[in-house]
Design a protein around this ligand. Structure first.
Ligand code: ADP
Length: 275
């Protein structure tokens, strides 16, 4: 007999076999149990994330039920809160939909040429519009002409989530550097910040759905903990992998490489000839 693996879960069933005999059926249900636990956690997380803004919305709606108690300034504040909480629920549902479509997607179907420098210029404008008031020095060092083939929406999501995260989680007065450049095995994208960094015990879990280092802080910035999970799946569909390096007190670097065969080599050689 082999030693019993205590991590495995077995289901045993005694079934009738012929007239007088019984058959013992042993089934390994380890994976099933694990999947069931993941499904339960997922439902609990989604419910929790939706319940929080819903509770706030309900509270404000109750205030609105007695208009005589409301002055215009208060009414405006209530309106602002209702809009921000419904935005939060809307963004959570959009991210969940995005994640579930990414999990079932195969990249090759929607593959198109992506002008990465143009895409990054758009994300740069979006970051600037949202975080104009935050005192940060953000530099974009983007090599033009390194185009890739892939699914544009997924890649936009990957670039955008990483850049927005750096801007969200880096304290004012610090620096962020975004790079897109050619390397031996393909093209490298990296976002480096000199923020507070992330403790090692969190690093491996960052791409799990709903995982946040500091729940309260992340929620204040509108975070749901789904962003990096979306990035991981989007990159997986492009034969790429997210790498995270971080040192507490020094900052973090989120990067990935797009392999050469997904790059538009014609455009790259034209670019090399021009320079
Ligand atoms: P969220 O919606 O909370 O931003 P993400 O999945 O994008 O979720 O990120 C997960 C967590 O990783 C964040 O809550 C934050 O704690 C941490 N994180 C992500 N990017 C950075 C960064 N550049 N610097 C520090 N912490 C980060």
């Amino acid at each position: 007999t082999s030693p019993i693996d205590t991590q495995r879960q077995l289901e045993m069933r005694l079934m009738p076999y012929g007239d007088h005999q019984r058959l013992l059926v042993i089934r390994d249900i380890t994976l099933l149990v694990r999947l069931e636990n993941m499904r339960r956690d997922f439902v609990a997380n989604v419910s929790h994330e939706l319940r929080t803004p819903l509770t706030v919305v309900k509270g404000y709606l109750e205030m609105l039920s007695d208009p005589s108690q409301m002055d215009p300034a208060m009414w405006q504040q209530v309106h602002r809160m209702l809009v921000s909480q419904t935005d939060r629920m809307d963004s959570l549902v959009s991210q969940l939909t995005e994640l579930s479509s990414l999990e079932s997607a195969r990249q090759s179907k929607g593959s198109q040429r992506i002008d990465v420098s143009q895409l990054l210029a758009i994300v740069e404008q979006e970051v600037d519009a949202v975080y104009r008031d935050k005192q940060l020095q953000v530099t974009f060092d983007v090599t033009p002409g390194i185009d890739m083939f892939g699914e544009p929406r997924q890649m936009r999501s990957a670039f955008s989530n990483l850049i927005f995260n750096a801007v969200k989680y880096t304290p004012a007065g610090r620096h962020i550097e975004v790079v897109w450049k050619k390397v031996a095995a393909g093209a490298l994208f990296s976002v480096k910040d000199d923020g507070d960094g992330i403790e090692p015990e969190h690093l491996l879990r960052l791409t799990e759905r709903f995982y946040r280092v500091d729940k309260a802080r992340s929620r204040d910035t509108g975070g749901s903990g789904l962003g990096l999970s979306i990035v991981k799946h989007a990159l997986g569909n492009h034969q790429s992998e997210l790498k995270i390096r971080s040192t507490v007190g020094k900052g973090s670097c989120f990067s990935f490489e797009i392999p050469s065969h997904l790059l538009d080599s014609r455009r790259i050689s034209e670019q090399a000839n021009e320079s």
